[in-house]
Ligand binder design. Structure first.
Ligand code: FPP
Length: 248
């Protein structure tokens, strides 16, 4: 059973949180800094939010770090982001490991250059027995790409059309075995899904905030979780209180 430092009943705590860490570029622009400075500040913040997630007792955290579309950014920004990931693995891996964080990856690793790919695979291997927090890094990830890949593999495996259902599709996604996100947070005021977990987030609750990612701190994270605790999740059905009233 997870332990939490939050004042929220455990059954009202999301098991899986997914975050679109948006606004690094605008955060930097606002300060007259290059975009990469924004990504560095965003990475510092990511470290704080990972620690807070462990403390809050969150079991799964998925972060959108680099989309399939992000390959189209200027080469120096793409290179810079790759360098940041490399640095993070070099500097933070042992600490994350000590804290019980298990690293996983979703997306197209084959597009990364071999050295970085090797580091990522090693980090995954190193942390595979940890279970305090499962940190899923969506890197070179796209939701449509994931669904196409799943369909291709189902066809290769000779799955019969009549055997394809929701559960089967879920099993063929990168996130097989991971519960769907309960809560998706998007920073920076954008109100879009941007090809992130488009299958898995079908019934997720959303929390949007104008705060740019580098400034999304632990207090605001706590507010997002408190807001979630007050949501009523109906999954397309009617609320239980309405049902009781209509049966009375
Ligand atoms: C969105 O801001 C952010 C990104 C595309 C990159 C997020 C990456 C990190 C925080 C790096 C750390 C990742 C790992 C795995 C260590 P934006 O550039 O789209 O901002 P803008 O919309 O204001 O331009």
């Amino acid at each position: 059973m997870p332990e939490s430092t939050l004042n929220i009943p455990l059954d009202k705590l999301p098991r899986h949180i997914a975050i679109i860490m948006d606004g690094n570029g605008r955060w930097a622009l606002q300060r007259g800094l290059p975009r990469l400075a924004g990504h560095k500040a965003g990475t510092e913040n990511l470290r704080r939010i990972i620690r807070a997630s462990v403390e809050f007792g969150i079991q799964y955290l998925t972060i959108y770090a680099f989309s399939t579309e992000n390959w189209g950014r200027p080469p120096e920004e793409v290179q810079g982001l790759m360098g940041i990931v490399q640095d993070v693995i070099d500097r933070e891996l042992e600490e994350l490991n000590r804290e019980g964080v298990q690293l996983r990856h979703i997306g197209r690793l084959e597009r990364l250059e071999p050295r970085l790919r090797g580091k990522v695979l090693k980090a995954i291997e190193r942390t595979k027995n940890n279970d305090r927090l499962i940190l899923i890094v969506a890197f070179s990830y796209g939701g449509r790409d994931e669904i196409v890949w799943a369909i291709q593999r189902m066809m290769k495996d000779g799955i019969l059309p009549e055997n394809v259902d929701d559960e089967m599709v879920s099993r063929y996604l990168y996130t097989a075995g991971v519960p769907d996100p309960d809560l998706v947070i998007r920073t920076s005021g954008e109100l879009r899904i941007s090809n992130f977990l488009i299958w898995q987030a079908a019934y997720s609750e959303w929390y949007f905030t104008p705060t740019y990612w580098p400034d999304f701190n632990k207090d605001e994270y706590r507010l997002a979780l408190e807001a979630f605790a007050h949501r009523e999740r109906r999954y397309g059905k009617v609320s239980s209180s309405e049902l009781q009233e209509s049966n009375a």
